[in-house]
Design a protein around this ligand. Structure first.
Ligand code: 2M8
Length: 434
């Protein structure tokens, strides 16, 4: 009931905001997870969430990372991005940001369909209508990622901003960000997030924010032309986690397409993209640690920083049986989710044994229920039911305080960041109703 109240309370009509105060708009990958939670309350409303996001799709196929509602309250807002003025592809309405986020959307539509098919005839019809209505747009979104973020066909999808990874200030990005040097002409700005999260240790630093804003300046100067952005951005990293999500979401979308009569050539594209990305994620694994690695395309070097993203092959599959087992054991073992200092056996974003571990700082250590859900979903898909069940039970323990926080301090279990975070409530609803 608490989780349902969070979603209903954050619902402003056509969108459930990512959080009531800190994120009062729609975020792309949040919306996908939120729609999964909504499916347990009202399948039609879940479909509407996906439709609202897809209505903001750019002409070239990109799904933007923020769709702005009509309230302000977030920086950077639409004025700072200037996408409608600068880009021929961006919609005039609704206003959006100019970057994207991990492509979890097909996973959400697949999950909504599963939930809908267990419901009434009307639910089932609503779920099937959603697949029919959204398939082409989702195909175009995947085609955009393949064309513009992997133009050389490597299988690894590039991100041009840490925000595109969803794991904004992960230590994975420290190396690539060190090469982002804000110019003296970076327009001034005032952060709003620090008004809302008073403890500075829980949010990115001002130095990080200058770099985030500088990358937006660079994109504005390229008029958000995706080929130009790929060429000119001072941040360009092939992201293993995004690539793994892309692979498995392409599989899901291909399966839905095959069932619902999508064009065979498009289904074949998706299967080919999935296979290529799955293989590339598997091939990125470090010979010494077994963890998958990002590749910094500007520095032309592997990023050898160990974070939760290194377990990306458990999302996309494609490892040998032995390597997969070893990676699974590592994730649930004493360096990660099974670390003896943790209150719940939920993977932290950085291992407490790593030098870069910061127990309160955003993507540098805390546990994120939504990420645990994604690993749990992937475990179940790949036949690791016991491990999926552990993630479910342990995360439920963590969120038992009812705060539905954005993230949690792993050693004390303290709720951090925003409260009433929609995607946290949404994944809990999905986990409670199986
Ligand atoms: C966080 O990102 C936004 C920028 O997009 C922010 O820090 O202001 C991230 O956790 C991101 O993954 C998430 O989608 C967003 C909204 O929950 O917040």
């Amino acid at each position: 009931m608490g989780a349902a109240d969070v979603l209903r309370g954050n619902d402003i009509g056509t969108m459930v905001t990512a959080a009531p105060a800190l994120y009062p708009h729609m975020w792309s990958w949040d919306a996908a997870f939120i729609s999964i939670g909504l499916a347990h309350l009202d399948v039609e409303r879940a479909g509407q969430e996906i439709r609202t996001l897809l209505a903001a799709q750019w002409g070239d196929g990109m799904l933007p990372h923020i769709v702005y509602g009509d309230r302000g309250g977030y920086f950077p807002g639409p004025g700072r991005w200037g996408t409608a003025e600068l880009s021929a592809s961006a919609p005039d309405a609704p206003l959006t940001s100019g970057i994207c986020q991990p492509p979890v959307h097909a996973i959400a539509v697949g999950r909504i369909l599963e939930v809908a098919r267990r419901g009434s005839a009307a639910d089932r019809a609503a779920g099937e209508r959603l697949v029919r209505d959204s398939w082409d747009a989702l195909y175009r979104w995947h085609a955009w990622l393949s064309q513009y973020r992997d133009p050389d066909g490597t299988g690894l999808i590039g991100v041009v901003h840490g925000w595109e990874s969803g794991m904004d200030n992960s230590p994975r990005w420290d190396g690539p960000y060190s090469a982002v040097v804000p110019g003296p002409d970076l327009p001034s700005y005032v952060r709003l997030d620090r008004e809302l999260v008073r403890d500075g240790a829980e949010r990115p630093t001002d130095v990080e924010y200058d770099r985030y804003l500088w990358l937006i300046e660079e994109m504005r100067r390229a008029s958000y032309d995706p080929a130009k952005v790929y060429e000119t951005s001072s941040f360009l990293v092939a992201d293993v986690f995004v690539s793994a999500v892309f692979a498995v979401a392409s599989d899901v979308l291909a399966d839905l397409g095959a069932e619902f009569g999508a064009p065979a050539a498009s289904v074949a594209d998706l299967r080919a993209w999935a296979a290529r990305s799955r293989a590339a994620v598997a091939a990125s694994c470090s010979p010494s640690t077994g963890l998958a690695r990002d590749f910094d395309r500007r520095a032309n070097a592997w990023v050898d920083v160990q974070t939760l993203a290194g377990f990306a092959p458990l999302i996309s599959g494609g490892l040998s049986a032995d390597a997969e087992r070893a990676l699974l054991d590592e994730l649930h073992g004493p360096r990660w989710a099974g670390h003896p200092d943790l209150v719940a056996k939920v993977p932290p974003t950085v291992s407490p044994d790593s030098e870069g571990f910061k127990s309160r700082e955003y993507w540098r250590g805390p546990q994120w229920p939504v990420i645990s859900w994604l690993f749990g979903w992937a475990h179940a898909r790949h036949g690791y039911a016991a491990e999926a069940e552990t993630l479910r039970g342990e995360t439920l323990k963590l969120v038992g305080d009812g705060a539905f926080s954005e993230y949690y301090e792993p050693v004390t279990g303290e709720a951090l960041g925003s409260r009433k975070q929609s995607w946290t409530a949404a994944v809990i609803l999905d986990w409670l109703d199986r």
